[in-house]
Design a protein around this ligand. Structure first.
Ligand SMILES: Cc1cc2nc3c(=O)[nH]c(=O)nc-3n(C[C@H](O)[C@H](O)[C@H](O)COP(=O)(O)OP(=O)(O)OC[C@H]3O[C@@H](n4cnc5c(N)ncnc54)[C@H](O)[C@@H]3O)c2cc1C
Length: 475
């Protein structure tokens, strides 16, 4: 930093306006700790610009002064991606005030929204235009579009619609030096050179600050069918997935694996959600959803028939097909409350992994025994987006064991789990990104060529290393 701290802040205030920069401790405090309370930092100040021009001024200034800038959205990252370091020299940059929907083009099935829009609001705006924006995750009431794109978020509908990256047509990004990449194209076909926007999606604020995006919309959903099915084991779940894909094609939009232990945690810690209709037996459940833009109300019968076929083949033991929208929502509330139930239960060690779907059963049978040697104080809560091969391979602390001893198991357990994932040609970070948490994992598992290219891109776009320092790549 070239100026003294107070000198820099005074200059910044003069540049963008007093009300854009705050050092108020109460405002800053919740943003200096990550969602999982794993990382704690101290920010120089918080900048809350109202438009792209102000973001550009802030970045140009910080680049010249070599001030680190940490973009922050809803602060729901599971990897400490938006937490400043402890130096008190990094500026937090929140886009929360940039929350306008700039345009909805229903005929083109596209929408341009600013990065500070809460994801649930983007979904609502699409619905108001009788369109559908499929990105959906447990944090959708507080995470922001900029954070979703910067982390290339996944969520509940990847099976059918892909990750956040697949939902973007165009992007507006402020570069480290304050230049603006205006690439808010609404085209579905555009082969004019490198696909620059893709570089920024999933770059976790280390290459540029996303200020707006043009998103793909889809026809509104008019029919859906949801079921909770008990499967004998994960191998049967994988076969059920194949059967439903064959019968339902692209109508299959979600296929989630829920172990009994996860439902038990939800029941114990969130009794207000109710347990009417919750399967009482069976170690493994899957939550299945079919959706269609056609309004023929036929999906429920279709799902019922498919599940009957699955039962004949021994792939399911039992199934409940939701009889109302409310019952379907109930199933989803149980599913989406697992992280919160886990949190209330106590300490947990988390692994956000992905594998070829076909390898999941064998992986689980080889990974489960790792607990006995690497974390005997823990029990497995492996659940998630089985349709995408994405498991949250989480381990919770057993009651009555020592918390510190359990948490101290993390490095050894993580190494064993991630090495096994690597052996299966999987990923140690399926959808949550790298942030601060997994910098060493990326350095370990990415190939030398991949790391060289990533560093070269970083040097080119952020030669002074001001953008989200210490995240994603080792300094
Ligand atoms: C209950 C719960 C459920 C979740 N479920 C899922 C899930 O199913 N799938 C999934 O993928 N994730 C999930 N997450 C993780 C998290 O919600 C996502 O990573 C989300 O996309 C982060 O958005 P955010 O606005 O909170 O970003 P933040 O946490 O604020 O930031 C995340 C990263 O993006 C960067 N960033 C933020 N805004 C910008 C911007 N405008 N420009 C450039 N960089 C920026 C930050 O610097 C940081 O590196 C879940 C989290 C919770 C708490």
């Amino acid at each position: 930093m070239m100026q003294g701290t107070s000198g820099s802040l005074a200059l910044l205030r003069a540049l963008v306006g007093d009300d854009v920069i705050t050092v108020d401790a109460a405002t800053l405090a919740p943003l200096e700790t990550d969602h999982r309370q794993l990382f704690h930092g101290k920010a120089l100040a918080l900048a809350r610009p109202r438009d792209t021009a102000a973001v550009a001024k802030i970045l140009a200034f910080c680049n010249a002064q070599k001030i680190g800038v940490v973009p922050i959205g809803g602060n729901t990252s599971y990897c400490g991606g938006a937490t400043p370091d402890a130096s008190g020299t990094q500026l937090l940059l929140s886009l929360a005030r940039m929350n306008r929907i700039r345009a909805v083009d229903a005929a083109n099935l596209s929408m341009t929204a600013e990065a500070g829009c809460i994801l649930a609001n983007v979904q609502r705006e699409a619905a108001a235009a009788e369109r559908y924006f499929p990105l959906s995750l447990g944090a959708e009431g507080s995470c922001q579009l900029g954070g979703n794109l910067a982390t290339n978020a996944g969520g509940l509908n990847v099976l059918r619609y892909g990750m956040a990256r697949d939902l973007v047509l165009g992007l507006e990004v402020v570069l480290a030096d304050g230049r603006v990449l205006e690439s808010l194209s609404a085209l579905r076909k555009d082969n004019t050179g490198y696909d620059l926007k893709s570089l920024f999606i999933g770059s976790e604020g280390t290459l540029g600050v996303i200020t707006a995006a043009t998103l793909k919309l889809f026809p509104a959903q008019h029919d859906s069918a949801t079921a909770l099915a008990t499967v004998p084991d994960p191998a049967a779940a994988v076969n059920l997935l194949a059967l439903l894909r064959k019968r339902s094609g692209e109508m299959l939009s979600s296929f989630e694996l829920l172990p009994r232990v996860a439902l038990d945690l939800v029941q114990r810690h969130l009794p207000e959600l109710g347990n009417r209709g919750m399967p009482e037996t069976g170690e493994w459940q899957v939550l299945v959803e079919l959706t269609s833009s056609r309004s023929q109300n036929s999906l429920q019968d279709w799902l019922q028939e498919s599940l009957a076929t699955a039962a004949d083949k021994g792939l399911i033991v039992d199934a409940i097909v939701a009889q109302s929208g409310e019952q379907a929502s109930q199933f989803w509330r149980w599913r989406e409350s697992i992280p919160e139930a886990q949190r209330r239960d106590g300490a947990s060690l988390k692994h956000d992994i992905s594998l070829p779907v076909s390898s999941v059963p064998e992986f689980l049978s080889r990974a489960q025994p790792l607990l006995a040697t690497c974390a005997p104080e823990g029990f497995l809560v492996a659940y998630g987006h089985l349709g995408d091969g994405n498991l949250h391979f989480n381990v919770n602390q057993k009651p009555g064991t020592d918390r510190a001893a359990f948490l101290a198991r993390e490095p050894a357990l993580q190494r064993a789990v991630h090495d096994l994932v690597h052996e299966f040609a999987g990923s140690f970070s399926a959808e949550h990104g790298i942030g601060r948490l997994k910098v060493d994992e990326l350095a370990r598992y990415a190939s030398p060529v991949e790391l060289d290219l990533m560093r070269a891109v970083k040097r080119t776009l952020d030669p002074n290393g001001i953008l989200n320092p210490g995240k994603l790549l080792r300094g």
